[in-house]
Design a protein around this ligand. Structure first.
Ligand SMILES: C[S@@+](CC[C@H](N)C(=O)[O-])C[C@H]1O[C@@H](n2cnc3c(N)ncnc32)[C@H](O)[C@@H]1O
Length: 305
């Protein structure tokens, strides 16, 4: 939750909200909904209480009432750092957003940054950076050298740890300042910027980059067309564009129950063709687990024209 949203400005409302969160954490969603309705009587425009009420009502199976609460959350916080649009889309009450709200991704990973590596790598068996490294070296050989690599959505810098030894220079960007602070502290990036990846790509000269990586990032980017166009502009002929995806079995891309986007192989193929990239690999992989099960994904290696 962004700093500005952390309190309603009313002590009694904040207290009821805290009790409601406690009840929800214990699975008592009826008590949570009741406490949140009381919270909103005191602080009727406080978006976090509306959002939490949406979650409680959704857990109770009250779909229409949940939609109403998420819609209120969005109306009272249009920046949407809580991701109400995604919840509404998942409930079928809003078109699927082509991108998640930037404020939502930023806050999600700002809150996650401190425990990202232990939780993701140890608990969810996260392997995207190692899978991408193997894909790059599998294509170019174990002694591959790159002049200037970019790591889109670099997070804490796990990708650089895998591949920086093969790159004369590696720059990265991430929407989350807390993630970028960790990436900078790794000392592995020439430049590590807090930026949306498309803005970051646009900051490079045409035909200046020979490796672009995105490990488990496009799950937070639905429509990839603008990303492909921005990468195509800055890569040198023969450059590699290597990324992981969550796999959709049909269509183009879709928002999943887990609020992450999945992309179809045919969608990637169409974008690659539109920008002249050759598909060197588009392999079935799983980069992490969800509730003990491998999440189906793709590892894609494209070669620039
Ligand atoms: C699951 S993490 C992966 C981080 C890193 N690539 C790794 O493998 O450890 C996804 C990262 O993508 C970043 N991200 C998502 N959408 C982004 C965007 N449009 N621009 C820049 N960063 C983005 C998030 O902030 C988050 O740090």
């Amino acid at each position: 939750m962004t700093l500005a949203l952390r309190t309603s400005g009313h002590l009694a409302a904040d207290r009821r909200y805290d009790y409601a969160r406690g009840a929800a954490a214990e699975g008592d969603h009826a008590a949570a909904a009741d406490l949140l309705e009381q919270t909103l009587e005191i602080a009727p425009t406080w978006a976090p209480a509306w959002f939490a009420l949406g979650e409680a009502r959704e857990a109770l199976g009250a779909r229409d009432a949940a939609v109403q609460a998420f819609a209120q959350a969005l109306a009272h916080e249009p920046e949407d750092s809580q991701g109400a649009r995604l919840r509404l889309a998942r409930l079928g009450a809003h078109d699927m957003p082509a991108q998640p709200p930037q404020a939502y991704v930023r806050d999600l990973f700002d809150q996650y940054a401190a425990r990202f590596e232990t939780h993701l790598v140890k608990d969810l068996l996260y392997r995207a950076p190692a899978i991408l490294r193997d894909a790059v070296l599998g294509h170019r050989g174990p002694d591959a050298r790159f002049v200037h690599a970019l790591d889109l959505g670099c997070g804490t810098g796990l990708m650089a740890r895998e591949i920086a030894a093969h790159c004369a220079r590696m720059d990265g960007c991430d929407l989350s300042p807390a993630m970028v602070a960790k990436a900078r502290a790794s000392g592995l990036y020439g430049r590590a910027e807090t930026a949306d990846l498309i803005d970051f790509l646009k900051s490079y000269e045409a035909r200046s980059i020979d490796l672009v990586l995105a490990a488990d990032v496009f799950v937070y980017c639905g429509d990839l067309a603008a990303i492909f166009a921005a990468v195509a502009r800055i890569v040198v002929p023969g450059a590699l564009f290597v990324f992981s995806l969550q796999r959709a079995e049909k269509g183009t891309y879709q928002l999943g129950e887990d609020l992450r986007y999945a992309h179809a192989r045919s969608y990637v193929g169409a974008l690659a063709e539109a920008h002249g990239f050759a598909i060197a690999a588009c392999d079935d992989v799983s980069v992490r687990q969800d509730r003990g099960q491998p999440v189906p994904g793709l590892c894609v290696v494209l070669v620039a024209p």
